[in-house]
Ligand binder design. Structure first.
Ligand code: C2E
Ligand code: CA
Ligand code: CA
Length: 621
């Protein structure tokens, strides 16, 4: 064997070793830059006169240094970011044309005109650069041998380069594929935000860096109010569009965050390390709340509102790991939701105890209907002039096994928050109608309904079925709604109300005067009755303003042809004033308290037609 072929064999063996070593590094998931540095170092061992560099071509078509262990950093930095082009040195040209390019003399080569000073300054005189191509022919990088003499690459050096280029292509493609898989596994497919897996992967690193630099990290737990209703009423496609729009607003508002993710249907999480000084968390929460509050136009004729509640917990004061911080942010979120107003809150230890109590309460309320703890009381509504009873409002009572009677003002919001209101509402409707079925036909029954029930697509159907099951005429049923119904999804609310009207059911506007735009609500739907809130009636005898407001509402009702009911009438003086103002109907302790229906049995006989309910001995409501 000749000396040359022995040397060839030796080099071939070395190249096989290098290939093996590099493939092991790729397979074990070493970072791409490390693998490339390893390859460069080994290539320089077998080609001792060459200085090796590997560049990537990024998605914008610019050169990016991956590895050049024997070149000064200043040179690599100067090359980094140069756009690929026909006149951009050996590497830029090789990438541009997709074929190897040799500058035998950097000093005189026309493609090096703009860059030669950089190279010559560190003694680089020649360069042989080859494109690295993916399996489908795209140029993904370049592999270069620099020389300290103006010369050509030898045949052996070209052979070494050819083997290295092949390995580079493999390593880069593998890395990119891993990256795509990683992105898929860590991305919420609907919104493009991160997901739980990303959170679990990155959160420890975020905390570690913050800890090292002595900074705080805040976890913002965001939940949309009213999403469940919009999704149920409008369908999943619109629900999805809303979530994407929310994600966009989160991205815009929290661009500087360490991480943004969607965790569940309408739950989002933002992780942010504080700025120097650390007053940014309040500002970010406020800005986020503001951004999400704007109405969402989801289609030509679909415009919804979905305000957000935000709970915040901080590292390190509230917890030092993901579970603790998320749990506490969730507690703070519950506090915001429980308050009934959108906004944000920071976790405090006190909230924890409250959360536990609330959770237990919600669990209890979810089973209350099945456990037979719910019942209805009935309060008469009477003609204001004659005091003849015209019907009853059904009011819900919960006899809690430990707490005793819990007022609806306390448990209805809890039932709304945990979704139990749908079952409870259906129970109330059926029970109220079952009672009314036994009453004389001239007596109505009024049922209170929560927004969460009304915006549910099937509510009108539920009413229709309950009427059919009990045989009560639709004209004897009145549904009472409050203005809060129109805040989130006015369109769906109106659609349901129209359907109820079409069935022959009447609709009353409850608590009139307490909402933020009562007049415009009145204009949007032909309510059969307007129920003036108790607070005005309470004050009207000694407060001229309250009396004037009630008088105005009476006039308004007459003008637009609606009946007006005064709520909370407790004294004869109030009744007299209301009579003089032309009030149509009254309801309140003066006429009768909310009581089990047996207390009003004297009105249920045929002769009880014009009964005065106030003769009933008062009992605890
Ligand atoms: P609301 O619909 O405005 O009901 C009237 C409330 O005023 C009742 O309180 C009633 O007991 C009270 N009230 C009636 N007359 C007088 C009076 O002369 N003086 C005073 N001081 N109070 C009087 P309640 O039963 O505690 O109900 C509170 C609220 O809970 C109701 O307000 C209603 O919004 C809600 N609610 C009650 N039952 C249901 C239900 O079945 N479903 C839903 N979604 N909400 C309900
Ligand atoms: Ca009511
Ligand atoms: Ca009311």
């Amino acid at each position: 064997m000749s000396g040359k072929s022995i040397r060839d064999r030796h080099i071939e063996d070395r190249l096989k070793d290098i290939q093996h070593e590099v493939l092991v590094a790729v397979a074990t998931g070493e970072p791409l830059a490390d693998v490339m540095s390893l390859l460069c170092g080994r290539a320089e061992e077998v080609a001792p006169n060459a200085i090796c560099s590997v560049l990537r071509v990024d998605s914008a078509g610019c050169l990016r240094t991956l590895a050049a262990p024997s070149l000064p950093d200043s040179y690599s930095q100067a090359i980094d970011g140069i756009p690929v082009g026909p006149m951009t040195g050996s590497c830029g040209s090789a990438a541009f044309y997709g074929k190897a390019f040799e500058a035998v003399s950097i000093k005189t080569d026309p493609r090096w005109v703009d860059y030669k000073d950089l190279a010559l300054a560190i003694g680089l005189k020649a360069c042989w650069s080859s494109p690295i191509k993916s399996h489908d022919g795209r140029v993904v990088g370049t592999f270069a041998f620099y020389f300290r003499r103006a010369r050509r690459a030898s045949t052996l050096e070209k052979r070494i380069v050819a083997r290295c280029v092949h390995l580079c292509a493999l390593a880069i493609e593998h890395w990119d594929a891993q990256g795509r898989i990683r992105r898929l596994a860590y991305t919420d497919p609907l919104t493009g935000l991160g997901n739980r897996a990303l959170l679990a992967e990155e959160f420890p690193g975020i905390l570690k860096r913050a800890d090292e630099s002595g900074r705080e990290v805040a976890v913002f737990y965001v939940d949309l109010n009213g999403f469940r209703g919009i999704n149920a009423a409008r369908g999943h496609k619109i629900g999805d569009r809303l979530l994407c729009a929310v994600a966009d607003r989160i991205r815009t508002t929290c661009g500087e965050a360490d991480l943004t993710a969607r965790l569940g249907a309408d739950e989002f999480l933002i992780v942010k390390t504080d700025e120097e000084g650390g007053h940014g968390f309040d500002a970010l929460a406020a800005a986020l709340g503001e951004a999400l509050r704007e109405r969402y136009r989801l289609d030509a004729d679909i415009d919804v509102k979905a305000e957000a509640s935000i709970g915040i917990a901080r590292f390190p004061c509230d917890g030092v790991d993901l579970d603790a911080l998320m749990g506490h942010a969730d507690t703070a979120l519950g506090q915001v939701k429980g308050s009934g107003r959108p906004g944000y809150a920071f976790y405090t230890a006190r909230l924890d105890a409250e959360r536990r109590a609330r959770r237990a309460f919600e669990r209890d309320v979810s089973v209350a209907a099945i456990a037979g703890q719910l019942s209805l009381v009935f309060q008469p509504q009477a003609d204001a002039q004659t005091r003849a009873v015209k019907g009853f409002e059904a009011l819900l009572r919960w006899n809690h096994p430990i707490h005793g009677f819990v007022p609806p003002a306390k448990f209805i919001p809890a039932a709304e928050a945990c979704g139990a209101i749908e079952d409870i509402g259906a129970f109330v409707l059926r029970q109220a109608l079952a009672q009314a079925a036994k009453w004389p036909k001239h007596l109505r029954v009024a049922v209170n309904v929560s927004p969460a029930q009304i915006v549910h697509a099937d509510f009108a159907h539920l009413v229709e079925t309950a009427l059919a099951e009990t045989g009560v005429d639709a004209s004897r049923l009145e549904i009472e709604v409050t203005e809060s119904l129109f805040i989130y999804d006015a369109d769906t609310a109106l659609q349901t109300l129209e359907k109820l009207k079409a069935l022959g059911v009447s609709v009353a506007m409850d608590d009139f005067g307490t909402g933020y735009s009562s007049l415009s609500t009145l204009r949007s739907f032909p309510f059969d009755r307007i129920k003036v809130d108790r607070s005005f009636i309470q004050d009207m005898v000694c407060n001229k303003d309250a009396a004037a407001i009630v008088d105005t509402i009476m006039g308004l009702g007459r003008a637009i042809g609606r009946l007006v009911v005064a709520e909370g009438v407790e004294t004869a003086a109030q009744l007299e004033l209301l009579q003089s103002q032309g009030c149509n109907e009254v309801q309140g302790y003066l006429i009768g308290k909310p009581l089990p229906i047996e207390h009003y049995s004297h009105l249920m006989s045929a002769g009880g037609r014009s009964g005065d309910a106030s003769g009933i001995p008062t009992a605890v409501a």
